[in-house]
Design a protein around this ligand. Sequence first.
Ligand SMILES: Cc1cc2nc3c(=O)[nH]c(=O)nc-3n(C[C@H](O)[C@H](O)[C@H](O)COP(=O)(O)OP(=O)(O)OC[C@H]3O[C@@H](n4cnc5c(N)ncnc54)[C@H](O)[C@@H]3O)c2cc1C
Length: 226
Amino acid sequence: MTDETIKVVVLGGGYAGIMAALRVAGKTKRQPTTVTLINALDYFVERPRLHEQATGTPLHGKPIQEMLRGSRAKFRQGWVKTILPDEQVVVVDTAVAEQRLPYDYLINALGSRVDRQIVPGVDEYAYILDPYGNLTADMLHKWLKARGARPFRTVVVGGGATGIEMAAQLIGIYPLAAATLITQGEAGAFKGPRIQKHIRQALAEQDISVVEHCRVLQVEPEQRLR
Ligand SMILES: Cc1cc2nc3c(=O)[nH]c(=O)nc-3n(C[C@H](O)[C@H](O)[C@H](O)COP(=O)(O)OP(=O)(O)OC[C@H]3O[C@@H](n4cnc5c(N)ncnc54)[C@H](O)[C@@H]3O)c2cc1C
């Protein structure tokens, strides 16, 4: 007897993955289909708010099971290790064991991550706005909290939305901090000249120094103010 069920596997439980799983489950109600969503964490991380978490606002991630409730999509927590397209199998590391999940259709919504290897020192010394791994948003919060009421210096790298939001949030919550924003091109260039002008003005009003057209070649350990 052959299994006629169509297996849809969705990788990643961010905005894209959750939406995809819910939509596919809804649209295939009358077909013999299973929809399985796989994500590293068992709760939803609002990435656009990680700079808030880094400065002390708890995110209270919603359980993914709860978000899928009422749909036919099933959740499985695990780390996607390998996709074997020839066999139509995904290999997933779960808390219990390595599992092989067969699929007919695969939706890859694993998002993106900061490349920690390309610039020497990033992996060891730089915080990134990620929910898991080493030197994450949560660990940055602990570091910031430990500064107490003393002045300290920070460098934020990246003149896109994430870097600008991070620098502005940092100064807003920690007024004794000094922040320098370093970027390859121009800060805020992604939004066109009118908004860029406004962004630059807002950064200047917060005393955030902006260093443009500059590439970070190496990151070294933190140096404390004397
Ligand atoms: C600080 C900050 C501010 C931002 N502000 C905005 C904004 O204002 N507006 C805007 O539109 N965008 C903003 N963004 C970008 C936005 O967050 C992303 O575009 C969006 O999260 C992408 O959604 P996604 O579902 O594709 O990926 P993600 O949200 O990254 O989701 C991917 C999921 O896959 C999981 N995953 C990854 N690898 C594996 C693996 N191997 N195994 C299992 N699970 C895995 C991750 O844990 C995650 O849950 C911001 C981002 C940041 C960091």
